[in-house]
Write a protein that binds this ligand. Structure first.
Ligand code: DX5
Ligand code: ZN
Length: 220
């Protein structure tokens, strides 16, 4: 199996010490920095916007993996690109964008790596026609909107089916999993075909970030 990447989710960091938190997880072995953008519309809560992404970028050396849980991402792709996003992940649901194919093509044109996000309630068929456009498929393993929720094991067949579909088509995107991931869940998610693990509370909630990241890496 391929080497797994670990992406700590900044949502669970101490926002009063954001720069220190980013540097600490990078030193602890983070591969990507996962940045959750919430607009209070696609999901109930609001997190932060491009100015905070810009601040995160100043403290980070690893790629910023920016997860847009917002309506009409097409309206702000350039703002996030300019703020320093390396990857732009857009939700596939029509409640976010009604022109998914166009948005993903646009992300590529802007020079970012495109990713498509699929929620627990969304069937695989909904994203089958865009798999060739993306570098990353992000499978939500909780319902989006909050950190600290429990992993939904019923998403494992979805991960496996997506990996199979990509293999059949000769595509090799990253399959990233987001929500409730810890050292106990990663064995099953990696076995199903995931190779990037997002973890918020599992890392920032741990007393030792290095140990938390190593535990996830060893389990995968
Ligand atoms: C949930 C966010 C996640 C969240 C994960 O809507 O997309 O990235 O921060 O947090 P944990 O790892 O605590 O489930
Ligand atoms: Zn996320």
């Amino acid at each position: 199996s391929r080497a797994i990447k670990i992406a700590p989710s900044v949502l669970a960091a101490d926002f009063t010490r954001l720069g220190d938190e980013i540097r600490a997880v990078e030193q602890a072995g983070a591969d990507w920095i996962h940045v959750d953008i919430m607009d209070g519309r696609f999901v109930p809560d609001i997190s932060f916007g491009p100015d905070v992404v810009k601040a995160i970028k100043r403290s980070a050396t690893k790629p910023l993996n920016v997860h847009l849980m917002i309506v009409e991402p097409e309206r702000s792709l350039e703002r996030y690109r300019d703020a320093g996003a390396d990857h732009l992940l857009v939700q596939s649901e029509p409640g976010s964008t009604i022109h998914l194919h166009r948005v993903l093509s646009r992300v590529r044109e802007l020079g970012c790596r495109p990713g498509v996000v699929i929620d627990p309630a969304t069937p695989i068929a909904w994203i089958e026609h865009v798999l060739h456009l993306v570098d990353i498929i992000l499978v939500m393993t909780v319902n989006p909107g909050f950190g600290g929720q429990a992993f939904l094991p019923e998403m494992l067949p979805k991960i496996a089916a997506l990996r199979r579909l990509c293999d059949e088509r000769g595509l090799g995107p990253h399959i990233e999993v987001d929500g409730g991931q810890d050292a106990k869940t990663v064995r099953s998610t990696v076995e199903a075909g995931a190779d990037v693990i997002v973890s918020g509370t599992g890392i920032f909630g741990a007393p030792d970030y290095g140990k938390a990241i190593a535990a996830i890496r060893d389990a995968g």
